[in-house]
Structure formats: structure tokens, C-alpha cells
Design a protein around this ligand. Structure first.
Ligand code: AMP
Length: 174
């Protein structure tokens, strides 16, 4: 996945001091890179009988939609509070300072659905586990969690213990 690593840009101190932001916009702008990334995640789930692919706002949407199309599945958005227009289920999660939450439409998934959750970057894992809880709350099964980039030094994988997790590019250090 060297080709992908070369297309991910480090932005120090964004959006705040001390954060090394992984900017995937060069990868999105590169046809080959985009195809490799979407293709690798899609292949991983090809035999998994996926019924829906859930993307986490907002960069997760970009990858989730083409994966869903190729797998013959639908797409479901998981969004920040106040963005979804219909009845929602909300789940709160802890941040370093304070809390945040994610929402999903109450009728977006149903019992028996087999869901893949997609985001661009796995950091502490708080976002991904919250997305998984939302889907499970509605009675669906989380088949797996897929991300482009895993920041191993933040321990997200440990927090997601029990879930099937794939990442395409890993960083041991910031
Ligand atoms: P977390 O809940 O800590 O796993 O954070 C994951 C979410 O925050 C993802 O939706 C990412 O888009 C974003 N994120 C967190 N840390 C970074 C980072 N260093 N670079 C880029 N995106 C990040």
C-alpha cells in the first residue's frame, strides 16, 4: 500500500496544536489511488453478504458509496447531530474534552441487515464504535469496520476488540 501512503499528506497542528492530521485529499484527487483504496476495501467484503454500507460523516461518505455500489448494497449516512431530517437514534461518545454524538435515521437499517461501517481515519476508535452501537441498536449486524488509515499509536483497534477491522495504511507514530 506504498502507493497510498505517498498520497496521504501530514498536516501538523491541524485542527489544533499537537494533532498530526492525515489529509487524504491528494489520494482522492488521484484516479489510481482512489481506485486502489476503494477496490481494496470492496474486495475485502465481497463474500460477506453485505446489505448496507454505512459511511461516517463526512469523509466516510466518499468511500462508502462506491463500495456499496460494487457490493450490490445500499448506502446509509451516519451524521453529526442535527443534520438528518427524519426521526433519528443518537449515541453520545467521549472526546478528550467533553462529548460528541452521532445520529442515524431510525428506519435506515433493520433487523437482519448486514452492515459494513466505513470511515477515512481510525484514531481513538470512539467514532467507529459509536457508529457500530447505533447500527446494533437498530437490530442490524456489524459485519466489519473498514478505514483507509489507522493511527495505531492511538489504540483504536484495541477499543474495537470483537469487531472485524481492516485498514489499508497504518502509522505506528504521529
Ligand atoms: P476517533 O473517534 O478518535 O477514532 O476519530 C476518528 C474521526 O476523526 C474520523 O472521522 C477522522 O476523520 C477524524 N480524525 C481523527 N484524527 C484524525 C487525524 N489525525 N487525521 C485525520 N482525521 C482524523
Amino acid at each position: 500500500m506504498k502507493a497510498l501512503t505517498d498520497l496521504i499528506r501530514d498536516i501538523p497542528d491541524f485542527p489544533e496544536p499537537g494533532i498530526m492530521f492525515k489529509d487524504i485529499t491528494p489520494l482522492l484527487a488521484d484516479h489510481n489511488g482512489l481506485q486502489i483504496a476503494v477496490g481494496a476495501l470492496t474486495e475485502h467484503y465481497r463474500e460477506a453478504d453485505v446489505t448496507l454500507v454505512a459511511g461516517i460523516e463526512s469523509r466516510g461518505f466518499i468511500f462508502a458509496t462506491p463500495i456499496a455500489l460494487t457490493l450490490g448494497a445500499g448506502f446509509v449516512p451516519i451524521r453529526k447531530p442535527g443534520k438528518l431530517p427524519y426521526d433519528v437514534v443518537r449515541e453520545e461518545y467521549e472526546l478528550e474534552y467533553g462529548t460528541d454524538s452521532l445520529e442515524i435515521h431510525r428506519d435506515a437499517v433493520k433487523k437482519g441487515d448486514r452492515i459494513v461501517i466505513i470511515d477515512d481515519v481510525l484514531a481513538t476508535g470512539g467514532t467507529a464504535i459509536t457508529a457500530a452501537k447505533l447500527v446494533e441498536h437498530l437490530g442490524a449486524t456489524v459485519v466489519g469496520i473498514g478505514v483507509m488509515v489507522e493511527l495505531e499509536y492511538l489504540g483504536g483497534r484495541q477499543r474495537l476488540d470483537g469487531y472485524e477491522l481492516i485498514s489499508l495504511v497504518q502509522y505506528e507514530n504521529p
